[in-house]
Design a protein around this ligand. Structure first.
Ligand SMILES: Cc1ncc(COP(=O)(O)O)c(C=O)c1O
Length: 397
């Protein structure tokens, strides 16, 4: 494929998406619903495959919602999540038929109510609750500040619920990459306790509870996420009793667990430098192609692993820094990683990048529109520019 299509090249295998989805559903309590988090990979054929495999959709931007629609999801079944929803985002969603939102704050509640009134619609709300703790995970949401309502705020919000809105349940997301079954069960237990605390205080018996997920899979490195075979029984036991009342529907969300394994990145070695302390390998895929620059918490740390597909000789591993082609010292995919001796022209494969790969860069993450760039001469605006956001269009091959 590298020779035929050139590199850098992402390729995804839908069979892996189907296998991983079946595996996750088998690990969850009977009747639980899995929502696919489009942030992990919004490519249309992947999203369509997840719909066909029985997942719902969790979106957090107009771009993701449009992809979900194109993939055949009925907008009334989509859950719209994420902090910082603008009136424009909510209107875009409501006019496309979305009726269920995870709500993050009192301000957002007001915006949802205003848009509901303007469009004469009734919206179903899951109040997102701030986790106060989280089990060991690689990306915790549990610092108690950024996401959702704290219990006291949720009580006030329920008391002040406005026309056009109905609180149908609660949403808790404790974090990503809960790497063991124990951690996954602890995460679900914390979500349940948080919901029960607020349900008891507000008197709102939730019809729907979204317990988040955190289902793990390695990122850009060899390996697999933990086996989930033991999870179903443990979750069923945990969820057998609810206070004050049993919800009708239990939902989970997952991105990486469903798509990471399906994706690989192929990159070609452009240069090799022998330096004291190790080899430096320059490849044609940098952090513009894999992971993004900074600040997402999912940015590729210097830990990617590479399989040298061109090496037909006896394996001769070397320790190398693998760097991309960008003019910044930040453009490093791996520091002191072990790779079978690379030669110029060799093709290297990075595994497990079907989630948070190409679109998890700063301008494309969540398929948000890139900011406007204005060019001024003195006080005069000379021209304006906007990078086209990542909306993948079918390419002939
Ligand atoms: C609210 C929410 N749901 C779902 C996800 C998907 O996480 P993952 O891809 O690790 O399953 C995230 C990731 O940040 C999230 O913040």
């Amino acid at each position: 494929m590298a020779h035929r299509y050139g590199t850098p090249l992402y390729f995804y295998n839908l069979a892996d998406v189907r296998a991983r989805t079946a595996d996750l559903i088998a690990g969850l309590p009977a009747g639980a619903r899995v929502l696919y988090s489009l942030k992990a990979n919004p490519l249309l054929p992947i999203v369509s495959q997840l719909r066909a495999a029985g997942c719902g959709a969790e979106v957090s931007s107009p771009g993701e919602l449009d992809v979900a629609g194109a993939a055949g999801f009925d907008a009334t079944t989509v859950l719209y999540t994420g902090p910082g929803k603008t009136v424009h985002d909510i209107e875009h969603a409501v006019t496309r038929g979305v009726s269920r939102f995870s709500c993050e704050s009192a301000t957002e509640l007001q915006r949802l109510s205003d848009v509901a009134a303007q469009h004469q619609r009734q919206l179903s709300i899951l109040l997102r609750l701030t986790p106060t703790d989280s089990p060991a995970c690689q990306l915790s949401m549990g610092d108690g500040r950024h996401f959702g309502f704290q219990p006291r705020e949720a009580v006030l919000a329920c008391a002040a619920i406005r026309d056009g809105l109905a609180v149908d349940g609660f949403h808790v997301y404790v974090g990503s990459q809960l790497t063991t079954v124990d951690a996954l069960v602890a995460g679900a237990a914390h979500a349940k306790e948080t919901i029960e605390e607020v349900a008891t205080a507000t008197g709102v018996a939730p019809r729907i509870v979204d317990l988040g997920g955190g289902f793990p899979w390695p990122y850009a490195a060899h390996g697999q996420g933990c086996e989930l075979a033991a999870l179903r029984n443990r979750l069923e036991t945990l969820l057998a009793n609810w206070c004050p009342a049993r919800p009708t529907e239990v939902w989970f969300e997952s991105g990486r667990r469903l798509t990471a394994a399906a994706g690989s990145l192929l990159t070609t070695v452009v240069d090799v430098k022998k330096r004291t302390g190790g080899v430096v390998v320059v490849v044609d895929a940098g952090i513009n192609v894999l992971g993004g620059m900074s600040g997402l918490g999912r940015v590729l740390r210097p830990s990617a692993t590479f399989h040298n597909l061109s090496s037909s000789r006896e394996p001769k591993p070397v320790t190398a820094d693998v760097v991309g082609p960008l003019c910044t010292p930040l453009d490093r995919l791996a520091a002191r990683t072990v790779v079978d001796t690379p030669h110029i022209g060799d093709v290297l494969q990075v595994p497990n990048v079907g989630a948070y790969g190409l679109t998890a860069s700063l301008t494309s993450f969540l398929s948000r529109e890139a900011p406007l760039e204005l060019v001024l001469d003195g006080d005069t605006v000379v021209s304006s520019w906007r990078l086209s956001a990542h909306t993948a269009t079918a390419a002939s091959c």
